[in-house]
Design a protein around this ligand. Structure first.
Ligand SMILES: Nc1ncnc2c1ncn2[C@@H]1O[C@H](COP(=O)(O)OP(=O)(O)OP(=O)(O)O)[C@@H](O)[C@H]1O
Length: 543
């Protein structure tokens, strides 16, 4: 409180507030407080009032945010308003004293949002959603049967939208959450169309050529996509081949010695070499798929992809995809679209010709996966990791992500010393060493895989129950992809992500994640409009 004496001192006033000299009362002196100062005082009071006014985010029931300090918890029944200022559990995390602090974003639902058949929105929807099967998407009974053998009966939301559009010949830009079944959403229409083409007598005499090229960023992902294509295309006589980098040109040529495959899954480097050596002709392509769009259009690949696209003749409407001289359908697929992808894409293709599919939960914090954040000193991370790995249930797949290859190696040696069985996967390993590592982990031969972001893009990890960010990812897109290795379609529920938070720049990313979780909004800084022109609406809009 400002007292009269302090105020007069602050004003530099030397005269007493009122004077009573020799018992004689004079009129009280009026002290004028400068307006500027009065305004500052008012502002200060206002700030103090708002600071003390903490929004009560706790309601009875389940917690969404569980913090070390229970006052900072937030109930699942409460959503922080757009203009409400949250008091974050990670608030003081840039300070040294915060080491040992933690908070958790609890899962609020058991099933992923892209699984529709078990969780009808409204009671009336129940029968409608149950009735959506792959058969109702106009896939052939043989394909539907193959899917059923794999226990895949009901399409995910992205499959419900993408499959009919691709079957009708549209170009597609498909942005949907990690693990939502994007691979089948493009492979099934491709397989169905190629299968139908084979039956056409007028096409029998045409020289064999590659019909579909799928571009992916890593050889592990190429192997994975190819194995899905073989499983569903093989029974119809479709030939599938992989060309990946790091194995020399001889190996690339080998993929074409027994004639061109129907479906070629390739990394950009290897495909570009194959094109330069005229191993394939892309001008006769029927489908060009670009998976993991954000990686493919980031500066490390964008030029290469642009050059590859120039070899293909991309159709600008469905009518150009049929008949003699048919052009290729283009599908660009991804789980994150950082800002700017739209512009890069528009340089290589006519965005106006593409139908855009964007899932509702794109770039959101996954509501079906528990996510824990622990503020820890860099020197203590190994100890913390060892504690977690020691207590983990046997047989459960665990991915440990590091930001660099050197850390993967260093951590690997230390885990070896501590007697933790594990495999390592990083991009600087020679291709021969890398081969088979991910499959060995997928098969369950080893439970722990220490890796870089090479394993965060697209790899299907049904058996993974825990993702550990030993190093906190460098961007929100990387966080989304790493976290997306758990809670995938057709996988078991109850996966979790544990992140070690060490540096001030990690804290900044964590705070944005915490705010998005508390507000239940998407992570900022990602492409939300995907492209400039307004999305084209066709008759499938109701799907
Ligand atoms: N309709 C479905 N029902 C059940 N399981 C499915 C369905 N569709 C796909 N799957 C399974 O879900 C898993 C994830 O699929 P996929 O790898 O295609 O996801 P994705 O969206 O490409 O993920 P990412 O963004 O990580 O690349 C796979 O194991 C796949 O077999």
């Amino acid at each position: 409180m400002w007292c009269g004496k302090a105020l007069s001192k602050a004003l530099g006033a030397t005269a007493p507030l009122c004077s009573r000299d020799s018992g004689k009362m004079t009129a009280p002196q009026v002290i004028r407080i400068p307006r500027r100062m009065q305004e500052r005082l008012d502002n200060l009071k206002q700030v103090r009032r708002t600071r003390n006014h903490r929004v009560n985010t706790i309601r009875p029931g389940k917690l969404l945010i569980m913090s070390k300090n229970p006052q900072l918890n937030q109930s699942a029944a409460y959503t922080l308003g757009k203009f409400e200022q949250p008091v974050l559990a990670s608030k003081g995390w840039k300070h040294k004293k915060s080491f040992g602090d933690y908070f958790t974003i609890n899962s609020t639902q058991e099933l992923p949002p892209f699984v529709t058949h078990c969780c009808p929105d409204q009671p009336g929807d129940k029968d409608k959603k149950h009735s959506v099967t792959f058969k109702s998407l106009k896939l052939s009974p043989e394909i539907v049967e193959l899917l059923q053998c794999d226990n895949i009966v009901h399409p995910t939301t992205v499959q419900m939208q993408a499959i009919p559009r691709l079957l009708r010949g549209h170009n597609l830009l498909c942005a949907a959450e990690t693990g939502s079944g994007k691979t089948l959403s493009y492979l099934l229409p491709v397989i169905q169309k190629l299968k139908e083409e084979r039956k056409m007598p007028e096409l029998r005499d045409i020289e064999p050529h590659v019909h579909c090229v799928v571009l992916v960023p890593s050889r592990e992902l190429a192997e994975q996509v190819a194995s899905v294509a073989k499983a569903f295309g093989g029974p119809f006589g479709l030939k599938v081949k992989v060309v990946g980098g790091g194995r020399g040109v001889g190996n690339i040529k080998l993929a074409f010695t027994s004639g061109p495959p129907d479906i070629l899954v390739a990394t950009p480097g290897a495909l570009s070499k194959a094109l330069q050596r005229r191993c394939l002709d892309m001008s006769e392509l029927s489908f060009l798929i670009i998976d993991e769009a954000d990686t493919m259009f980031d500066p490390s690949f964008a030029d290469l992809v642009e050059r590859i696209l120039a070899y293909a003749q991309v159709a600008s409407n469905p009518s150009e995809t049929i008949g003699p001289g048919a052009k290729a359908q283009l599908a660009v697929v991804g789980a994150t679209f950082p800002r700017g992808v739209g512009e890069v894409l528009s340089q290589v293709t006519d965005l106006g010709s593409m139908v855009v599919i964007k899932s509702q939960m794109l770039h959101f914090i996954m509501p079906h996966v528990k996510q824990m954040f622990l503020k820890v000193k860099a020197a203590d991370k190994l100890l913390e990791l060892h504690k977690v790995l020691k207590t983990a249930r046997g047989g459960m797949g665990i991915l440990v992500f590091c930001n660099g290859s050197a850390t993967v190696n260093w951590l690997g040696y230390n885990l070896e010393d501590l007697g933790v069985r594990h495999l390592r996967l990083q991009g600087q390993m020679p291709a021969s060493m890398r081969a088979g590592i991910f499959q060995a982990f997928q098969k369950g031969l080893v439970d722990v895989l220490v890796c870089t972001d090479i394993a965060s893009r697209g790899l299907d990890t049904q058996r993974v129950q825990l993702v550990i960010n030993y190093d906190f990812p460098m961007s929100h897109a990387d966080y989304i992809h790493r976290a997306g290795r758990v809670g995938r379609a057709g996988g078991s529920s109850g996966g979790a992500v544990l992140s070690f938070v060490t540096h001030p720049w990690d804290v900044e990313l964590v705070q944005v994640i915490e705010i998005a979780a508390r507000r239940r909004t998407n992570l900022p800084g990602m492409e939300t409009a995907i492209r400039e022109p307004t999305p084209r609406l066709d008759s499938d809009k109701h799907l």
